[in-house]
Design a protein around this ligand. Structure first.
Ligand code: M6R
Length: 365
């Protein structure tokens, strides 16, 4: 039921502190400073011998795979490749014996993701599902997996499944990291950061009235650009996808530094650029990109953490989110982008939960 919310999408956005809690429930092992997964169906030897990981999925699930790539490479030091399931199924890439393939999917019914897993499994590779719907086709086809426990996601635009996928991939990074070289202390710190996450997401949701003002201001734009770097490059892609699928506004997500290789040509006074710019390795560089947009009269919307005059003076609109360690920031920073898409779609009179031309699960090729 809608529990008093006007749309499932808004309800599901607000459920995220809880859905993230549920993704972590019973999976954090303080004593060993690691994560626990009951359903991987792999022996410790098999798990330790994993020397390459492929993450595959479609749409928003593919975006969470991109976040997973950063997480697993940083904390587990295992090389990761992210593949569109629709490409992987026909591409026939060389896959080495120590490779583990994860299919990431909310519904567990996406035809391309299912086919990619069936094809890699047929070739003898180990396949796991990161999936929300219990007993789905993909859960059954994989050798094992992890359930998201996010509860039913009804809105066509994926919101809570995405943040739970990112959270689950973070726990997998911890798990594989601790099987290898990650220290006990680093594992403990990682767990502490995860435990603080639901409260940070809760706090991020308080940006809603600010986001509504931004939505009102830019509701008539015909193109939006979304830019972020590193862990928040996928956030930019996800923000753009949310906006285009429910408001039908053309939106593009880019790694911020790619701007000058093409998309900056789109910038004019009618084209808002949303920058995801929490503090971190590339903070100053993203601010420099904001300056470049400003210099071309482009409206700048900044999603950032603490007050910083460098950003406050540059941006036309600032949306603040709480600060977390860099590797969890995408989970917190995507919240205002979900809310922005929702509010713009609402103002434009779009059917938020059932956007045109889209189905909740894409069971055909
Ligand atoms: O159920 P899945 O996660 O496999 O679905 C994949 C995509 O179809 C899905 O994420 C789609 O992109 C959403 N509508 C995005 O909001």
């Amino acid at each position: 039921s809608l529990d008093g919310y006007p749309h499932y999408m808004l309800k599901e956005i607000h459920e995220q502190p809880d859905s993230i809690r549920n993704a972590m429930r019973g999976r954090l092992d303080d004593q060993n400073a690691t994560a626990i997964f009951g359903g991987l169906n792999l022996t410790p030897q098999q798990l330790r011998s994993v020397d390459r990981i492929i993450l595959t999925g479609c749409g928003t699930s593919w975006h969470s795979a991109l976040v997973g790539e950063y997480l697993i490479e940083e904390f587990a030091r295992i090389p990761v490749e992210v593949e569109y399931a629709s490409e992987l199924r026909y591409r026939n890439p060389p896959i080495e014996p120590g490779t583990l393939v994860f299919g990431i999917t909310q519904s567990g019914e996406t035809a391309d993701t299912l086919a990619a897993l069936v094809e890699t499994k047929r070739k003898g590779h180990r396949t796991l599902a990161i999936n929300n719907v219990v007993g789905s086709s993909i859960a059954q086809a994989a050798d094992g997996g992890v359930y998201l426990h996010a509860g039913p996601e009804i809105g066509v635009a994926s919101t809570k499944a995405y943040t739970s996928q990112c959270c689950t991939l973070a726990m997998l990074a911890l798990y594989f990291g601790r099987l290898r070289h990650m220290s006990y202390e680093a594992g403990q710190e990682f767990i502490t950061a995860l435990r603080r996450l639901p409260a940070a997401v809760e706090q991020s949701l308080t940006c809603e009235s600010r986001v509504r003002e931004v939505a009102e201001k830019y509701q008539s734009a015909t193109t939006f650009l979304y830019m972020g770097r590193q862990y928040n490059f996928p956030t930019a892609l996800e923000g753009a996808l949310k906006l285009k699928e429910i408001s039908y506004i053309h939106a593009e997500g880019y790694p911020a530094a790619e701007m000058k290789h093409g998309p900056i040509a789109l910038v004019d006074e009618h084209t808002p650029s949303v920058f995801i710019v929490p503090r971190g390795t590339t903070y100053e560089k993203v601010i420099a990109n904001m300056e470049e947009v400003k210099a071309r009269s482009g409206p700048v919307i900044a999603v950032t953490c603490h007050a910083d005059p460098a950003i406050d003076n540059l941006a036309d609109d600032v949306i603040r989110v709480p600060e977390t360690p860099e590797f969890l920031q995408p989970i917190v920073s995507v919240i205002p982008l979900q809310l922005l898409a929702y509010n713009v779609a609402l103002l434009r009179g779009c059917d938020v939960d059932k956007p045109r031309n889209l189905a909740k699960s894409v069971t055909v090729e």
